[in-house]
Design a protein around this ligand. Structure first.
Ligand code: FAD
Length: 497
C-alpha cells in the first residue's frame, strides 16, 4: 500500500487548495513545496478575486460566471481576507465606447446574479469623489463591484486548513524524481535530506514549473501545453485618498488597475509579456515600469514616473496554451488532464487557472480522481477558511470587538491583525493585557508574539517569509530592522520539521 493516497507537487494556491479539498474528504495527502508556500506566482498577482470584466470580450462567459460565483463563496469563507471593493472605470475618448462599457457591465452584473455586492452605477466624474484625482478630460464613467485579497495569506489559510484536516505539508522540499508503476515512487530533497515516499495518485500543481516538472523531473515525452506570460506590477505612494480602485483602458486596448494597497500605497499593474528564462528570478524591466507609469499618468492629474516607484514585483502566469497569438488573449481558464493506463498510477496535470477559481479547480481535481478511492463528497462551498469563522458578526463588528477586547492595540495595528488573521487573532493575542505581553516590538507593529505564531503555525522560517508573504510589512521595514528580525527568528526554537 502506498504511503499516501495523493501527492500534490506545488504549494501555490492550486496545490494547497487541492490538498485542503482532499484532506477534508478523508484522503491521506502529502503536499511538497520546493521553497516557501506561495513563493511562486501566488504571491505576485494583482490580488483581485474577480470575475474578470475583460474576459467578456473573449466571450468567456462560463469562466466569468464561475469566477463570480467563487467570489461570493470566498467572501463568505474568508471575510477577513477577501474584501469588497468598488472599481471606477472612466470612459476614454477613442477607447471602448460608453454604450459598449455599459452593456459589458450590465452583463457582468447579470453574470454575478445572487451576489451580495452592489451593482454597477454610472458616474459623473466632474462631480463625484472618484473623479477628483483624474484629469478634467474624463467626464463619464462607471463604478462596479469586485473584491481584493492578500494572495499569499489566502494560500497560507488553505494550507493551515489542509494540515488541520490531516494533510502533511512539507515546505523547502523539492520533488526531484518520480517513478511510475502501480503507485508513484517520489524522490524528495528536503533541505538536503533525501526522502523516498509513495503515493497512489500524483498531482502536478507546479504552476509555471509545470512543463519543467513534467519534462525534466517526470521525464514525460509529450510537451506540456503551457504558455508562460509574465505580468509586472509597480507600487507607488498613495495616488488618491479614497478606498476605490481604478481600471484604465490603455491605447493598446490592454487594461491597467490602480488599487489602494497597504493603506499608504497604490498598486499598479499589470503587463502581459511572453516569458522565457529562469523562473527563479523573474524581474520587472525598465520598459514595463515606464509602460505602467505612462498608463496611469494618462488618467491621473498627478504624473507618475519611475522615480516614484517604491517597489516592483513580477509573476509568471502558467496559462493553458490555446494557440492564441497575443499573450493577453490567451485563455485564463483552467484545464485538468488525467493521464492513466494499465499498471500506470494516475497522474493529474493542472494547466492555467486564476487565484479566484482555485477552490473550484480543487473540487474538480478531486472529482477527476475520485474513482480511485471510496466515494466522498465535496465540501468546501460552505466551509470557512481558518480565521473566517466570525460567528454571527460582520467583519466590521468583529473589528470593533477586537478593539474592545485588546484596547492597548493601536487602531492600525488592530486592523492589520484582523485583516491578516481574522478570528485566529485569539490564538495570537490570547490573554495579553498590554503590548509588553507580546514580546519585543520589532517595528511597524510586528511583535515577537506574532513572529513566533507565524513560525509555529504558518511555516515561516525567514525574515522574507514573515515580511513578504505573511504580513506584507516588507515595504516598511528598513535594512537594520530586517536584520533585527532575522536575529530574533534565529533565536526562536523552530518547530520540528
Ligand atoms: P504557483 O503559485 O506558481 O505555485 C506553484 C508552486 O510549485 C511554486 O510555489 C513552486 O515553488 C512549486 N514547485 C515547482 N516545482 C516544484 C517541485 N519540483 N517540487 C516542489 N515544488 C515545486 N488571478 C486572479 O484570480 N486574480 C488576479 O488578480 C490575478 N492577477 C495576476 C497577476 C499576475 C501578474 C499573474 C502572473 C497572475 C495573476 N493571477 C490572478 C493568476 C494567479 O495568480 C495564478 O493563476 C495562480 O497564482 C497560480 O497558482 P499555482 O498554484 O498554479 O502556481
Amino acid at each position: 500500500m502506498a504511503d499516501y493516497d495523493i501527492a500534490v507537487i506545488g504549494g501555490g494556491i492550486n496545490g494547497v487548495g487541492i490538498a485542503r479539498e482532499a484532506a477534508g474528504r478523508g484522503l491521506k495527502v502529502l503536499l511538497v513545496e520546493q521553497g516557501d508556500l506561495a513563493s511562486g506566482t501566488s504571491s505576485a498577482s494583482t490580488k483581485l478575486i474577480h470575475g474578470g470584466l475583460r474576459y467578456l470580450e473573449q466571450w468567456a462567459f462560463r469562466l466569468v460566471r464561475e469566477s463570480l460565483i467563487e467570489r461570493e463563496i470566498l467572501l463568505k469563507a474568508a471575510p477577513h481576507l477577501v474584501r469588497p471593493i468598488r472599481i471606477v472605470l472612466p470612459v476614454l475618448a477613442g477607447g471602448r465606447s460608453l454604450w459598449m462599457l455599459r452593456l459589458g457591465l450590465h452583463l457582468y452584473d447579470w453574470l454575478a446574479r445572487g451576489s451580495t455586492l452592489p451593482p454597477t452605477s454610472e458616474l459623473d466624474l466632474t462631480t463625484s469623489l472618484a473623479g477628483g484625482p483624474l484629469r478634467r478630460s474624463f467626464i463619464a464613467g462607471f463604478e462596479y463591484s469586485d473584491c481584493t485579497t492578500d494572495d499569499s495569506r489566502l494560500v497560507i489559510a488553505n494550507a493551515i486548513d489542509a494540515q488541520e484536516r490531516g494533510a502533511t505539508i512539507m515546505t523547502h522540499t523539492r520533488c526531484v524524481r518520480t517513478e511510475r508503476g502501480d503507485d508513484w515512487s517520489l524522490v524528495l530533497n528536503s533541505r538536503g535530506r533525501r526522502i523516498v515516499t509513495t503515493a497512489r495518485v500524483l498531482i502536478n500543481a507546479t504552476g509555471p514549473w509545470t512543463a519543467l516538472f513534467s519534462e525534466m523531473t517526470m521525464r514525460q515525452k509529450k510537451k506540456a501545453p503551457v504558455r508562460l506570460v509574465k505580468g509586472s506590477h509597480i507600487v507607488v505612494p498613495r495616488l488618491f485618498d479614497h478606498n476605490r480602485a481604478y481600471i484604465f483602458q490603455n491605447a493598446d486596448r490592454r487594461i491597467v488597475f490602480a488599487i489602494p494597497y497597504q493603506r499608504d500605497y497604490t498598486l499598479i499593474g499589470t503587463t502581459d509579456n511572453d516569458f522565457v528564462g529562469d523562473l527563479a528570478s523573474v524581474t520587472v524591466s525598465r520598459e514595463e515600469i515606464n509602460y505602467l507609469c505612462d498608463a496611469v499618468s494618462t488618467y491621473f492629474r498627478e504624473i507618475t514616473s519611475i522615480g516614484d516607484v517604491v517597489w516592483t514585483y513580477a509573476g509568471v502566469r502558467p496559462l493553458y496554451d490555446d494557440g492564441k497569438k497575443a499573450a493577453q488573449e490567451t485563455t485564463r481558464d483552467y484545464v485538468l488532464k488525467l493521464d492513466t493506463g494499465f499498471q500506470r498510477a494516475p497522474l493529474l496535470n493542472l494547466y492555467g487557472g486564476k487565484l479566484t477559481t482555485y477552490r473550484r479547480v480543487s473540487q474538480e481535481a478531486i472529482e477527476k480522481i475520485s474513482s480511485y478511492f471510496a466515494p466522498t463528497q465535496h465540501w468546501t462551498e460552505t466551509a470557512k477558511l481558518p480565521g473566517g469563522d466570525l460567528g454571527e458578526q460582520t467583519i466590521d463588528q468583529f473589528r470593533t470587538s477586537v478593539k474592545e477586547r485588546w484596547p492597548f492595540l493601536e487602531e492600525d495595528h488592530a486592523d492589520r491583525l484582523v485583516d491578516a488573521y481574522g478570528s485566529r487573532i485569539e490564538r495570537l493575542l490570547g490573554s495579553a493585557a498590554s503590548l509588553d505581553d507580546l514580546g519585543p516590538d520589532l517595528g511597524w507593529s510586528l511583535t515577537g508574539a506574532e513572529v513566533r505564531y507565524l513560525m509555529q503555525h504558518e511555516w515561516a522560517e525567514t525574515a522574507d517569509d514573515v515580511l513578504w508573504r505573511r504580513t506584507r510589512l516588507g515595504l516598511k521595514f528598513s535594512k537594520p530592522q530586517k536584520e533585527v528580525l532575522a536575529q530574533f527568528i534565529a533565536g526562536v526554537q523552530k518547530p520540528a520539521a
